[in-house]
Design a protein around this ligand. Sequence first.
Ligand SMILES: *[C@@H]1O[C@H](CO)[C@@H](O)[C@H](O)[C@H]1NC(C)=O
Ligand SMILES: *[C@@H]1O[C@H](CO)[C@@H](O)[C@H](O)[C@H]1NC(C)=O
Length: 296
Amino acid sequence: MRLTTSSLLPFLARAVYAWAPPAYPDYQLVWSDAFYGGPGQLPNETNWNILNTNLGVNNELQTYRRDRRNVQISGGRTMQLVPWRDETLGWTSGRVESKYVFVPQPGKKTMAEAMIRFGSYPADNKQGMWPAFWLLGDAIRHGTGWPACGELDIMEMVNGLLTGYGTIHCNVYPGGVCNEPTGRGGSVAMPSQEWNRWRIVWDRTTEDWLSETITWFMNDEQFFQVRGDQINNHEVWSTLTAKPLYFILNVAVGGTWPGYPNDKTKDGYGAMMEVAYVAQYATAEHNATEPQTKTC
Ligand SMILES: *[C@@H]1O[C@H](CO)[C@@H](O)[C@H](O)[C@H]1NC(C)=O
Ligand SMILES: *[C@@H]1O[C@H](CO)[C@@H](O)[C@H](O)[C@H]1NC(C)=O
């Protein structure tokens, strides 16, 4: 959008509230964490499991640490997930998973969103970095395997390149309804590594599940949508739309998708993912309109 006098005012007004989950017409804020607290604290462990393990997945290199070097409240109402080179472990990094779970309700629209930026190193210094904001089906915490549990990747980025990816994983591996291990998804060009708002919306207000949708947005720009009849299997669709889901924020280092760090890859704050808030909303009405906060 061109920066006109009329667009400048809402931009400035919004910037004041950039760190708190915004209010949206027709939606109620159901759950959020805006990362209040003093600099160097761990995020609120009433809300988050802070991983302290090497998960050994996707050929990733990092060991996640419950350590304020890797996971901290900035003091400026954000959370920072910071990867570091480590003489013993190779790489350490941060990953938090919400204890909170939610189910997108029938007859409603539900939104999950976060405001995210990345450390300032250019892509040249980010080979191997793989930050993500995503959801997993809570069934994986109760014995169901992947991808049968369902996975919705709201935003993934690899190697510091300015492309955001939205993806679903479901059903069986390999192949299946979601074409594993690739999944089904779309992507969008990011304006910068600075603050962008990433959101998915479940629309369960339709007559039947076949026309329910899940839609991905970056700063209100739609970049992917999947509809029930494209999945065409009610049980699989319900793992993405009608079963408990939880939030994950992490910075992986290395792996099958991004490849591996090289000599130029740098660690520390320039490679971090910083999160201003994570929030889940739902409509009270069955046919609320999409929120419009687009300003640029
Ligand atoms: C942590 O989160 C819980 C539940 O959301 C909240 O009641 C509590 O006040 C939070 N603690 C701090 C220190 O913010
Ligand atoms: C929802 O849709 C119904 C019928 O389509 C309409 O009568 C009603 O006014 C709408 N409600 C809102 C809040 O838009």
